[in-house]
Design a protein around this ligand. Structure first.
Ligand code: SAH
Length: 340
């Protein structure tokens, strides 16, 4: 059986045509799945009985379920169980502009960043597009509210599951589907350079965020093994090409690790690196986890770092903190499950 959430509308049109139906039936199905949130084919009353039976033989509607939920005042964290017994996580954040969700893209991750909980476990497999879409649907269902913003910053390296991420974006952005605005979708990568070029071509204007975390190669390579393959300079050149092609502003994420990458010199180096680029920096107070030794920079240091970037005319924000009380650092909830 196949999961119907795996398909873009274009793919579904082809499938229904192959089943001998008119292609507009795909739009009807999309309408039932994403607008009316149908959970069974029997609800799709404007389709013929025979066709409903064919669909039932071929497809399931969804394959993941909520296993556990932790709540704080402005954040919910979800652990999902997948059809093969694996677990992934998503985090829902309540902003003043609406609800935003951080979804996972893979089970485990091969990037091995030293500070990251998710990277402690190698990739088991990619998530299918539907398994990523369902994280949104199940959470919307749980809170009975529409989610307006999506970031792909949970477990996994999205550019290491590139084709499924592009399908995922198409599915949730579809005007006949969840209709999440393309400018409200952000994909974060540790810097798989050749995929940055593909993303400029394929993503339809979704936002790009780069996990930089260091302004020189020596430090970055010690934190992020991927930097031994793609150097900071390679990333910068790819980002410049991306900006030239799309005209979009790029976000650089920079986690603040105490006495590792938070000195005044680091701030000056970062400013030099980004000078004149159409970008902004998001300073992220590190979420400490019990399995990893890194500490969070204190607020005083973070503010000093921020001031230097500002002085150098770099756009910069400090990420508002969500859920440090409820194991919101990516991968923590799943790790806890495993340690039991
Ligand atoms: N692999 C992708 C997306 C997942 S990680 C990437 O590297 O961008 C999402 C972001 O969270 C990255 O910037 C990552 O470096 C950061 N991150 C990982 N562990 C963290 C922690 N404990 N506290 C704060 N940020 C963390």
């Amino acid at each position: 059986m196949e999961n119907i959430y795996d398909y873009t509308r274009e793919e579904l049109e082809k499938i229904v045509e192959d089943l001998g139906e008119k292609k507009f039936k795909a739009t009807q199905i999309y309408n039932w799945l994403y607008k009316k949130k149908a959970k069974s084919f029997d609800e799709m009353t404007d389709l013929k009985k025979d066709f409903i039976n064919t669909l039932k033989e071929k497809f399931i509607i969804g394959s993941i379920k909520i296993d556990k939920k932790e709540e704080d005042k402005d954040v919910n964290k979800y652990l999902f169980k997948l059809h093969d017994g694996e677990y992934i996580e998503a985090v829902l954040m309540h902003h003043d502009y609406g609800l935003s969700i951080c979804v996972s893209s893979e089970i485990g991750c091969n990037m091995g960043c030293k500070f990251c909980e998710s990277g402690r476990r190698k990739k088991v497999r990619n998530l299918e597009p539907g398994e990523i879409v369902e994280q949104i649907l199940l959470v919307e269902d749980d809170v009975k509210q529409r989610i307006s913003h999506v970031v792909v910053m949970g477990i996994g390296e999205p550019f290491d599951n590139y084709d499924n991420i592009i399908k995922f974006i198409k599915i949730i952005n579809d005007p006949k589907g969840l209709e999440i605005g393309i400018r409200h979708i952000t994909v974060s990568t540790c810097g798989l350079v050749f995929k940055i070029d593909s993303f400029a071509r394929d993503a339809g204007g979704a936002n790009l965020a780069i996990s930089l975390h260091a302004a020189n190669d020596e430090l970055r390579s010690s934190l992020m093994p991927i930097n031994k393959v793609y150097k900071i300079n390679d990333i910068m050149n790819a980002v410049k090409r991306y900006i030239d092609k799309t005209g979009r502003r790029v976000t650089f994420e920079y986690i603040m690790l105490d006495s590792v990458n938070d000195s005044l010199e680091d701030a000056e180096d970062l400013s030099k690196l980004l000078k004149g680029m159409n970008c902004y920096v998001n300073l992220i107070p590190y979420n400490e986890t019990e399995n990893i030794g890194y500490k969070r920079s204190n607020m005083f240091k973070i503010m000093k770092f921020y001031d230097i970037l500002k002085k150098n005319n770099i756009n910069v924000t400090i990420r508002r903190e969500f859920g440090s009380k409820i194991s919101a650092a990516c991968g923590q909830l799943r790790s806890k499950k495993e340690d039991k």
